[in-house]
Design a protein. Structure first.
Length: 173
């Protein structure tokens, strides 16, 4: 995964994984169905709707932040090295969407401010809104194109991106 080779996890990490997954299934399915006595069919339907909605939202945010016109993806050379710096790669491959919308910022957990998310991954998403304002000011001051779309334009750009990818020559041959 990523730059990691032969990634292994300790028994403690596996134990935590199964413990937390079991707790999740308990409070999402077993507790409502068997302790609160909500019909299992309703619990499972709600569980399914919840996961579909969350998956679609996450997919939309990721797709509109990366799979749009203008996003550049540089292939690594024969040694597996990309010639750009990490920061330059993040800047070239990421777009923001409706960064002035506090509602979209709240709904997406700050991922409409995708550039701040990638440039400052260890900061809480609540700071991305302010950081994005600073990034925009920096871009204006130094005449740098700030990569962003409105939500509608991002969706349109995504479909143009898909069409462009579908018509791209096959380089695997």
């Amino acid at each position: 995964m990523g730059n990691y080779k032969n990634l292994t996890h300790s028994r403690q990490e596996w134990l935590k994984l199964f413990l937390f997954k079991s707790f999740y299934l308990f409070y999402m399915i077993i507790f409502p169905a068997f302790i609160v006595n909500i019909p299992l069919s309703i619990v499972l339907t709600g569980f399914l709707i919840y996961h579909i909605a969350a998956g679609m939202l996450l997919s939309l945010v990721v797709v509109l932040g990366h799979c749009v016109e203008g996003a550049e993806y540089v292939a690594p050379n024969e040694n597996g090295i990309i010639q750009n710096s990490w920061m330059q790669h993040e800047w070239n491959a990421t777009y923001d969407c409706n960064t002035n919308s506090k509602l979209l910022h709240w709904v997406t957990g700050g991922l409409n401010t995708h550039i701040a998310h990638h440039l400052f991954p260890r900061l809480c998403y609540r700071h991305y809104y302010t950081i994005t304002k600073i990034i925009k000011e920096h871009c204006a001051e130094y005449n740098i194109k700030y990569p962003h779309y409105t939500l509608a334009n991002a969706i349109i750009s995504h479909f143009k991106f898909l069409k462009m990818q579908a018509n791209a020559p096959d380089l695997s041959k």
